[in-house]
Design a binder for this molecule. Structure first.
Ligand code: NG6
Ligand code: CA
Length: 501
């Protein structure tokens, strides 16, 4: 009898404790812009599921990625370190080695330390193995499993880069030993046709001058060459269904204990090849269709969480890795069928850009148990997730680790409406935000990238904007406030010179 009471008492306490810990699902879209969701003002496209996530949670209007491209943004989100402090954190080819340090506390390890089951499903783009030359036909390590994920189901880089295969934990899925995979980014290998030699075989043409004309997989020219692995090659139209069913499997398997799922969606990155049910549905061409598909995937995950009775204590964070781009390598009608849609909303610039369109992201935080619905202008960055989650879960994270990551838990829960005082952003040139002012360092390079049709933010002279009054960065105040320029330039230098990295 005594034992029974003790057992009940212990399990009640354990239960109360585990209920404190929310499940966390971090959903990161790929190249989704600030203006791409109807809850962020889009009128030409409707994203009902994300709108619901926003209206029942906190919609941040000043949430950022650290960088205007994928690899550096995701590096920062995982490590809590600014990517520009480390060489080799730019857009990685599909055969790159792992760039996340192993054995160093990072986002998934914060969760693991708190007893969570951790998983990543979707786009990785942070490198695999110890070197470029690797055998894709054997176990590939280190990768996501070596930096804190118990389970991984990923593709290595981007949907437009070889190898176009999934990896489950350490191995390529559906690999046929008699048809081994080889990958090369410098020279053509194998006998598969390339987009350059056989454009007539393409179901979607590459954009002139943007490459994407190497090995053809599923009728689409890719960046890089691959041979073999024909059975393992994905079908683009199935990518999101595969990731969704993987995510559902992971959630189902871990429904009784706290889990952390990083769901890294591929939409609306190129090549945009949504499933048939979304084709031509948006009226905006493949990019709009891909956004509808992405919204549907998020809705399916929300439905499952609800059906399992987990909704109240599940923290869902939705964001994107960098700003939007229309023509990023394929002629998929994103430009001619835009129909007045503004992917970056009111913001200037987009992917690759130092202007706000490059890094100001949709950023939704939903946790019914702890967050009251609302909108917040607090300045936060994805780089802050590491420290904020460590505070939430009572995990020690010394200041010397993840040292660019600030505790923004109160801002993420909607309790603090101001957030960071300063934040460094990386487009081409670096910029720094400090109390509503933004300073963009002068630099070389064209002001407009003609290939992708985006303002880069490059200028030979300093730029200073007052974001609160001028979020569209139209009015350069650098000449009017030279002291402010000096102050922010000095601040940026100080941050750049901080040690502990
Ligand atoms: C660029 C590719 C672009 C895209 C991007 C990565 C060219 C000309 N363009 O280099 O198509 O793949 O890399 O996108 O090669 S990201 O979202 O992963 O950063
Ligand atoms: Ca991206």
């Amino acid at each position: 009898m005594k034992f029974l009471f003790l057992f009940i008492a212990v399990s009640l306490t354990m239960n109360a404790f585990s209920q404190e810990k929310p499940n966390v699902i971090l959903i990161c879209a790929d190249d989704l812009g600030y203006g791409d969701l109807s809850c962020y003002g889009a009128t030409k496209i409707h994203t009902p599921n994300l709108d619901r996530l926003a209206s029942t949670g906190l919609r941040l209007t000043n949430g950022h990625s650290t960088s205007a491209t994928c690899t550096p943004s995701r590096y920062a989100m995982m490590t809590g370190n600014y990517p520009w402090r480390k060489k080799g954190t730019g857009i990685l080819p599909g055969d790159a080695a792992l760039i996340i340090p192993t054995g160093q506390k990072n986002l998934p390890l914060v969760f693991k330390g708190a007893g969570y089951a951790t998983g990543i499903i979707g786009k990785w783009h942070l490198g695999l193995g110890t070197q470029v030359e690797k055998d894709w036909n054997n176990e590939i390590k280190p990768g996501p499993n070596e930096v804190g994920f118990d389970y991984s189901f990923i593709f290595p880089a981007t949907a437009d880069r070889v190898p176009t295969v999934f990896l489950q934990n350490h191995s390529v899925v559906a690999l046929d030993k008699n048809d081994p995979i080889a990958v090369d980014y410098k020279h053509k290998i194998g006998t598969d046709p390339t987009g350059k030699e056989h454009p007539e075989l393409l179901k979607m043409k590459s954009s002139p001058g943007q490459g994407h004309d190497n090995t053809i997989v599923n009728g689409i020219g890719r960046i890089g060459y691959m041979s073999g692995g024909h059975m393992a090659r994905w079908v683009d139209e199935e990518l999101s269904y595969t990731f969704l069913s993987q995510a559902q499997g992971f959630i189902e398997e871990h429904k009784t204990k706290p889990f952390f799922l990083y769901l890294a969606l591929t939409e609306p990155h190129v090549p945009r090849m949504p499933g048939t049910q979304f084709k031509d549905k948006s009226g905006l061409g493949a990019r709009g269709d891909a956004i509808l598909q992405m919204d549907w995937v998020v809705g399916e995950v929300m439905k499952q969480v609800q059906a399992l009775g987990l909704a109240k204590n599940t923290l869902i964070i939705f964001t994107s890795d960098n700003g939007p781009v229309l023509d990023d390598g394929y002629q998929d009608e994103a430009v001619p069928r835009l129909n007045g849609h503004t992917p970056a909303g009111l913001l200037r610039g987009g992917k690759y850009s130092a202007l706000e369109g490059g890094t100001r992201m949709p950023f939704i935080v939903n946790w019914p148990a702890r967050i009251k619905p609302g909108v917040s202008n607090a300045l936060v960055s994805q780089i802050d997730l590491v420290r904020s989650m460590s505070v939430l879960l009572g995990q020690q994270l010394p200041a010397t680790l993840a040292s660019d990551s600030e505790d923004m838990l109160a801002a993420l829960l909607g309790k603090d409406k101001s957030g960071r005082r300063t934040l460094v952003l990386q487009g081409g040139p670096l910029s720094v935000i400090s109390e509503d002012w933004k300073y963009i360092t002068p630099g070389a390079g064209p002001a407009y990238d003609k290939l992708v049709g985006i303002e880069t933010g490059n200028s030979p002279s300093a730029q200073l904007y007052h974001l609160k009054n001028d979020v569209a960065e139209k009015d350069n105040l650098a000449e009017k406030y030279p002291e402010k320029v000096k102050e922010l330039a000095a601040l940026l230098e100080r941050i750049k010179n901080q040690v502990n990295h």
